[in-house]
Design a protein around this ligand. Structure first.
Ligand code: IMP
Ligand code: MG
Length: 178
């Protein structure tokens, strides 16, 4: 697996420190409330697990699934939201937790979906942001890192379902995509 890596963009230590800062920020912003953190599967599973342990508040943990990429590195533009998991958001302070905001198409669809339940508030927290690639007017309230327009893997992010278990975030050698 490691022989497929080109560059490490964010090391394990750098990610750990930044996730802790985000947790502290959310703890301050939601003081006195019980936010519902909604992990968007599958890419956010590691980020969510680390983030919630840096939040010093009672919080609820929920999941939604969203997929549009299949076995490709560009969005198909059609987002499938999986609702078979717990999807009760009315009157809750919802924070959607994403691995990466790219075109923004997935997040726009998720926001529309959750808004339909009448949440008390709705914010977005993303580990990575690729603002250059945006096709919709979506921005996140909490951003771990801005990153260049490169396809990245690790710390939950996959290419064709692989590399999610790398502890850092990296680009892949070009021959891997062939
Ligand atoms: P968007 O709809 O184009 O914003 O895509 C968002 C989703 O695409 C994310 O939740 C990721 O699952 C996936 N994605 C976008 N960019 C990358 C990347 O660089 N590596 C891995 N997955 C990505
Ligand atoms: Mg993905």
């Amino acid at each position: 697996m490691r022989e497929d890596i080109q560059d490490i963009l964010f090391s394990e230590d750098v990610i750990k420190a930044r996730v802790r800062e985000l947790g502290t920020q959310i703890t301050q912003d939601y003081f006195g409330r019980t936010p519902a953190l909604v992990g968007i599967l599958k890419g956010s599973f590691i980020f969510l697990a680390d983030l919630v342990r840096s939040i010093g508040l009672c919080c609820e943990i929920k999941f939604l699934s969203a997929s549009s990429y299949g076995f490709s590195t560009v969005t198909t533009g059609k987002v499938k939201i999986g609702t078979q998991l717990d999807s009760e958001f009315s009157d809750k302070h919802v924070i959607l937790i994403e691995d990466i905001l790219d075109s923004g198409v997935t997040m726009a669809e998720l926001q529309r979906f959750v808004s339909g339940y009448g949440p008390a508030s709705l914010r977005v927290c993303t580990l990575l942001d690729k603002p250059e690639r945006r096709q919709t007017a979506i921005s996140a309230d909490y951003i771990g890192f801005e990153c260049p327009d490169e396809f990245l893997v690790g710390y939950g992010l996959d290419y064709a379902e692989r590399y999610r278990n790398l502890p850092f975030i990296a680009s892949l050698k070009p021959e891997i995509y062939l």
